[in-house]
Design a protein around this ligand. Structure first.
Ligand code: 4AD
Length: 468
């Protein structure tokens, strides 16, 4: 009938009491076992004393327990003489009893201890500790090994933190939108036609009929607006048959999507982006401090610079800034990754922010459903949002006139028959509206300045990976 104590709850106030804890054998050296539970670790000692009564058998037993095995430990909480270096908790457990709950393999394909080291630690290990001595270099764990054995990789403190931060982003997104009377919806992922056009679509057979996996909730979230839900959002999987193998493209990612009626101007959508993301970033900094620290320990980064009121630049202003810096880009084309990065740098120098909105994109580079600007149809009521020079959001006001929509879809090479129910929705009367889509993994990657989107996807799917 004894209660388990969480390792993170093992604090000095518990000194002198007996606790029951469950965790993994993180490391074992001589009589010291570091027990790990999620991101927390505690030093457990097999110490012979009147209070503990450690037997020779128990020492033998401990020695043969493979790392990562699950154990239950009953022991006495003791204040250590010196501060403990190798564990997060500043108390020691003098073990009385140890039970193995489940033994891990003796030889694991990836050592969690190795996987948790920072680049700096690894670099340092190539230097001998004492002059003239021999260096004991740590091995580097490469990305593919990590992903092949993701279950082990997820156990590192940085990864434990990353998925808590991801959970935070999702929760803060939901919290803010619910407070503004948005309705959380779910749209189908099996579709008769493609939702974004283009080739990046997974095709499949649906009861003898050709079908696609949804490239975004785009069409159905707009149909929800046509159905008078007025303000909606969805958090769900998005499928893209990406060909390019890059640091920021996945074949399946989590989309945070918003769609809303607008009264006068598409700036209302950007106002929401502003309020929502300032809230998300502020909440992360306040409520996920420990997690951000844990990520930074393995992957050092500077906190994101953002303004209280998010900077908005027009595409033309952006082009002008690039031009002045000697970068020529097509004024009616799209920005490539490199010029987006460059513009990010210029914005940071001039406005001291790493988060900004670029709007009024050329119409030709936006999807068929995007509303052209009333004053100049070469441009559109659309925007992208950037963190540290990389896109995390794209959004726009949509065409709500069915004839125009039909014409634009045809021009963009979309088989209008496959989206006829979508276009029909606008024939029954539709309000002006717009919205945006955010990639969850990208937000977390860029907020923490990580170098690869695979680090922020629990089990990533990319052009070369369908397992684990
Ligand atoms: O820019 P995208 O393709 O826009 C849409 O899907 C529109 N329907 C959104 C809208 O409401 N107008 O995708 C939106 C976001 C991107 O900004 C990016 O963050 C993310 O989704 N994204 C990806 N994330 C990971 N891997 C990929 N292959 C991604 N493609 C887009």
């Amino acid at each position: 009938g004894k209660e388990w104590t969480d390792v993170s709850d093992l604090v000095e106030e518990l000194a002198g009491s007996e606790v029951l804890i469950r965790g993994r054998v993180h490391t074992y050296r001589q009589v010291f076992m570091i027990l790990r539970q999620s991101g927390s670790t505690v030093q457990c000692v097999a110490k012979q004393s009147e209070e503990t009564n450690v037997s020779v058998n128990m020492l033998k037993y401990l020695k043969q327990l493979p790392c990562e095995s699950f154990v239950d430990v009953i022991g006495l909480v003791v204040l250590p003489k010196d501060p403990i270096k190798g564990a997060t908790q500043q108390v020691e457990i003098h073990m009385r009893k140890v039970y193995c709950v489940n033994k891990a393999l003796t030889k694991l394909p990836l050592s969690v201890e190795d996987a948790a080291r920072s680049e700096e630690e690894i670099e340092k290990s190539f230097q001998p500790k004492k002059p003239g001595g021999k260096a004991k270099p740590f091995s580097r764990v490469n990305q593919d090994t990590r992903l092949n054995h993701r279950v082990l990789d997820i156990r590192t403190p940085a990864n434990q933190a990353i998925f808590r931060i991801q959970c935070g982003v999702e929760n803060f997104f939901r919290e803010k939108l619910l407070s503004k009377d948005f309705v959380n919806i779910h749209t189908p992922k099996l579709m008769a036609g493609s939702s974004e056009g283009g080739s990046a679509v997974f095709r499949l057979e649906y009861k003898g009929q050709s079908a696609c996996l949804a490239q975004s909730p785009q069409l159905h979230k707009q149909m929800a607006i046509c159905g008078d839900l007025r303000r909606v959002f969805e958090i769900g999987p998005v499928f893209r048959a990406e060909d390019s193998f890059t640091h920021r493209h996945l074949c399946e990612f989590v989309g945070l999507d918003v769609e809303m009626e607008i009264q006068k101007h598409y700036s209302e959508i950007m106002d929401l982006v502003d309020e929502l993301f300032v809230f998300i970033f502020t909440s992360l900094n306040e409520k996920c401090k420990k997690e951000l620290e844990a990520v930074g320990k393995q992957y050092p980064f500077e906190p994101l610079k953002f303004l209280e009121k998010t900077l908005r630049l027009t595409f033309e202003e952006g082009i002008q800034m690039l031009k002045e810096a000697g970068v020529e880009v097509d004024p009616l084309g799209d920005l490539n990754t490199e010029s987006e990065r460059k513009l990010g740098q210029l914005v940071l120098e001039k406005y001291n922010t790493e988060f900004y909105i670029l709007h009024r994109y050329p119409a030709a580079v936006r999807p068929f459903y995007t509303m052209p600007c009333a004053d100049n149809p070469l441009y559109s009521n659309s925007f992208d949002v950037f963190i540290r020079g990389e896109e995390i959001i794209s959004g726009a006001q949509r065409v709500h006139i069915p004839e125009v929509l039909e014409k634009r879809a045809g021009e963009c090479g979309i088989d209008v028959k496959t989206i006829s129910t979508y276009i029909d929705s606008f024939r029954y009367g539709a309000p002006p509206h717009g919205g945006f889509g955010v990639g969850l993994e990208r937000v977390v990657m860029l907020f923490c300045a990580l170098n690869n989107i695979r680090k922020t996807s629990l089990f990533p799917r990319d052009p070369q990976r369908l397992t684990p």
